[in-house]
Write a protein that binds this ligand. Structure first.
Ligand SMILES: NC(=O)c1ccc[n+]([C@@H]2O[C@H](COP(=O)([O-])OP(=O)(O)OC[C@H]3O[C@@H](n4cnc5c(N)ncnc54)[C@H](OP(=O)(O)O)[C@@H]3O)[C@@H](O)[C@H]2O)c1
Length: 373
């Protein structure tokens, strides 16, 4: 089916997909809400106040390259919210490439980022298309803080903390467990160096007296994005959920995976991790509340002759992700990205622009930034 609508939201009935549709409505951008079950998508959209004020349609599509290509043809951009992306992403990326549409997702899976960069980065660049996995709060908001620090020349090392309050959705939980079987990396002297998966730390959290228990959280996307930034040589990111009991549970699970799951075959690992993830989260979390679901992104950037510290306090992790996806789609519907091929949200759209949109919808405070030289 050819389409004239500029945006396809794939996985539109999911927790994040719905939020992308809501923000597309607020940005007045026509879209197709797509997924594997039309009835479920329609039921979700019917609950969105004012959805009739945006030009949209609902389309059911099987998760196959051919059918997805046919649906995507004629659109400018696909916002893919069907994760874990290492598992479900390849068909969607292939379809975008075949149809000539830009690709966005909300990943933080390092193995998916590396795979996507290697397999499709050059092919997307050759067609003038953007391949931007990881347009999402957990990675983009921290990346904005890092980019604000890097406005001061001469800083080369990033120490990143990413924290949020809330409970992950079904696919987020599946994604977190999928990351557990991969290796995680930080960047040291521009080489990706493997983390000790059992590493935990106590982080000093800006704005509160209590420390937080944090983990490398799969390594996060930051070491991958900054590997090709000539200003930066080392990046470490730590984070998680601002709830000590949840983080203790995650740390115990990481240990169990190392001891009991990693010795199994790859297929068996997948099955066992899927079972554990489903037992942890099977229901949709409640809609976010800005007084409950807060986020904090903190970046220390250092170099031989200077230092910077940027803190961004925000709220509603999933709403931030929905808005970032919708704004990226709006931008791509009107103008080419700042960079084609494999690129982060800040590289493709500009960190000041992304900060501006998050600020204008009340999802983050004005960043607090200090420089020292
Ligand atoms: N990094 C961040 O800050 C951040 C923030 C938000 C989201 N995310 C990521 O975005 C992804 C989606 O999150 P979510 O919160 O929207 O999850 P969700 O509520 O569980 O939604 C998942 C969506 O994927 C669809 N889906 C699942 N398996 C499928 C398959 N085999 N074929 C076709 N569709 C399939 C689901 O459709 P059905 O209902 O039919 O199963 C649903 O529409 C996750 O990987 C999550 O980690 C990241």
């Amino acid at each position: 089916m050819a389409t004239k609508k500029p945006v396809i939201v794939y996985g539109a009935n999911g927790y994040t997909g719905r939020l992308v549709c809501e923000y597309l409505r607020e940005l007045h951008l026509p879209f197709i809400a797509a997924g594997r079950n039309k009835k479920k998508i329609q039921e979700v959209l019917d609950k969105v106040p004012g959805i009739e004020t945006v030009d949209h349609e609902v389309v059911e599509v099987p998760h196959e390259v051919g059918a997805l290509t046919e649906l995507f043809r004629g659109a400018k951009v696909v916002s893919n919210l069907v994760g874990p992306f290492i598992k479900h992403g390849p068909e969607v990326v292939e379809a975008c490439l075949a149809a000539g549409t830009h690709y966005l997702d909300a990943t933080g899976e390092q193995d998916w980022l590396l795979d996507a960069q290697t397999r499709w980065g050059d092919k997307f660049a050759a067609k003038g298309l953007l391949l931007s996995p990881g347009v999402a709060q957990m990675y983009t908001t921290g990346e904005i803080a890092a980019q604000l620090c890097l406005e001061k020349p001469g800083l080369d090392t990033l120490d990143i903390l990413v924290l949020w309050k809330g409970f992950p959705t079904y696919a987020s939980t599946q994604t977190i467990f999928t990351i557990l079987k991969a290796d995680w990396f930080h960047l040291q002297n521009n080489q990706l160096v493997k983390w000790d998966p059992l590493m935990t730390a106590e982080a000093v959290v800006p704005g509160q007296h209590e420390t937080a228990l944090v983990l490398p959280w799969g390594g996060t996307s930051h070491p991958i994005w900054f590997k090709n930034d000539p200003r930066v040589i080392s990046v470490k990111a730590l984070g998680g959920v601002l709830d000590r009991s949840v983080m203790k549970g995650v740390a115990a699970t990481v240990q169990m995976v190392e001891e009991k799951i990693k010795p199994l075959s790859k297929d068996q690992q997948e099955i066992e991790l899927g079972k554990i993830a489903a037992s942890v989260q099977a229901a949709m979390p409640p809609r976010e509340n800005p007084r409950v679901n807060t986020s904090v992104d903190s970046v220390y950037a250092t170099g031989p002759l200077g230092r910077a510290h940027c803190v961004i306090h925000g709220n509603s992790n999933y709403k931030q992700t929905g808005l970032l996806q919708a704004y990226a789609a709006l931008s791509l519907s009107q103008q080419p990205p700042k960079r084609v091929g494999f690129a982060s949200a800040c590289q493709a759209f500009g960190h000041r622009e992304l900060l501006g949109i998050l600020r204008s919808f009340g999802l983050v405070l004005e960043p607090s930034i200090t420089f020292q030289s």
